[in-house]
Design a protein around this ligand. Structure first.
Ligand code: T4K
Length: 397
């Protein structure tokens, strides 16, 4: 292929985004139907019937006794930490979206960043154990990109040291560890229903738990702390999910099987196309369980590929392929963590290596055989023309 950076026109007329929602026609139809019910009922939020139905469906899908729906996963995480009164040291990966760390700080806890294992990109339990002391109150395992972190290792660790175990499962809707859904593990599991997620409600999130007391407390906390009318029991917040979001969730549930199959197929097209390009590796997903295949993640080895991940990313953007470096540069390299955890980088070798190589590509694409193969051919062209690509990137800083 002629290197497209030499041409004025981008390879795609419209930008292709990572996490771009593709909402099926039958989902849209069902959503409008549900919304007409909502308008007829004239009940729009505050634990409405749509929210309650969605909670029941999501709890069942994930093998959890309770599901508490909220306005987004960040608030979900803050509420869990608050409900469990976790305000000392919390061990978490730095290789995650910044919300995981922010939730700890909003709750007044100390963030202790721990390294990840290179295969699953999840918290390394052995390294986490080295960071446990008398102040440690919890560990947060993050299931990234539809892969699960080491659930068994972290469960053993939390039991051994009697600390809480929370899973940030923002990317793991409908994922399984072995033959068990993710809601069977940990003290609480947090889901995100952001528009860019596999299962979206525009904005939204939920907490799964098997602990009735925790579920009850979370319900009060998401509603300002009200315990019935005229009585507030503790410091709560407005974390409620609207009926409109819940309607979108209910309308989307029947589509999840088809979505996973479509994403899995697209991932396979990428994998085949990219195999054989030196210095490019595609993240394996779904080993040891079930994935939702929500992200296409690859790693670029600068020496073998010929140019850096950043140069490749820049060329892709020029072609309207809006690749993302999730989760570069790691939370510990961003404020306020860079200031409050200045020594964290000394123990985050794998995190640094991975975050300097990672690149997510748009996956939710129609006509994958055509579109993904165009993306692959651009990556090949960069690999075959490293000098030209680097020079172009240098001039377009
Ligand atoms: N834990 C983890 C591990 C997470 O990844 C996240 C969120 C959370 C916790 C917190 O969940 P929430 O509180 O959000 O429920 C995006 C999402 O906003 C965020 O939810 C997500 N993770 C993160 C990985 O991605 P940004 O800052 O990258 O968003 P933005 O605006 O750059 O959009 C991402 C891409 O999606 C772009 O390429 C454009 C495209 N897009 C976006 C929207 C909103 C669309 O195509 N359509 C849309 O409607 O954070």
């Amino acid at each position: 292929m002629e290197l497209a950076i030499f041409s004025e026109r981008p390879a795609f007329e419209k930008p292709l985004y990572v996490g771009s929602p593709v909402i099926e026609e039958d989902v849209k139809e069902k959503y409008f139907q549900y919304m007409s019910e909502v308008f007829n009922r004239n009940w729009f939020t505050n634990n409405g019937p749509m929210v309650q139905r969605l909670e029941a469906e999501i709890a069942k899908l994930h093998g959890a006794k309770y599901c508490v729906a909220v306005c987004n996963a960040t608030i979900a995480e803050i509420l869990v930490l608050k409900a469990l009164e976790l305000s000392k040291e919390i061990i978490l990966p730095s290789f995650t979206f910044i919300a995981t760390a922010h939730a700890c700080l909003w709750q007044g806890a100390k963030t202790v960043f721990c390294d990840i294992s290179p295969d699953r990109l999840g918290l390394d339990p052995a390294k986490a154990e080295e960071l446990i002391n008398n102040e440690t109150c919890a560990v947060i395992g993050v299931h990234l990109f539809g892969n699960l972190c080491d659930i068994e290792g972290l469960t053993r660790l939390s039991k051994k040291h009697n600390i809480k175990l929370i899973f940030d499962a923002a990317h793991a809707f409908n994922c399984y560890h072995g033959d068990k859904p993710i809601g069977c593990f940990g003290d609480a599991v947090i889901l995100s229903f952001h528009a860019t997620k596999f299962f979206g409600t525009f904005e939204g999130g939920a907490i799964l738990t098997n602990d009735p007391k925790l579920a009850e407390r979370l319900r009060f906390l998401r509603n300002f702390g009200f315990r019935g009318y005229d009585n507030v029991g503790f410091l709560g917040i407005n974390g409620k999910m609207s009926e409109s979001s819940a309607a979108m969730g209910l309308a989307s549930i029947p589509a999840i099987g088809h979505r996973s199959a479509m994403l899995k197929n697209n991932l396979e097209v990428y994998r085949k196309g990219l195999s054989g390009i030196p210095g490019v590796d595609v993240l394996q997903v779904g080993k040891g369980g079930r994935s939702n295949y929500q992200y296409m993640v690859m790693f670029v080895d600068e020496i073998k590929f010929g140019v850096s991940r950043d140069v490749l990313c820049k060329v892709l953007w020029k072609e309207n392929i809006i690749a993302r470096k999730y989760f570069y540069p790691g939370c510990h390299n961003m404020e306020p963590y860079r200031t409050i955890c200045p020594d964290a980088d000394k123990r985050l070798g794998v995190t640094d290596q991975v975050s300097n190589k990672v690149l997510c590509l748009p996956l939710n694409l129609e006509r994958p055989e055509k579109n993904i193969n165009i993306i692959v051919s651009i990556i090949k062209a960069v690999n075959e023309n490293p000098k030209e690509a680097s020079e172009w990137a240098r001039l377009h800083l």
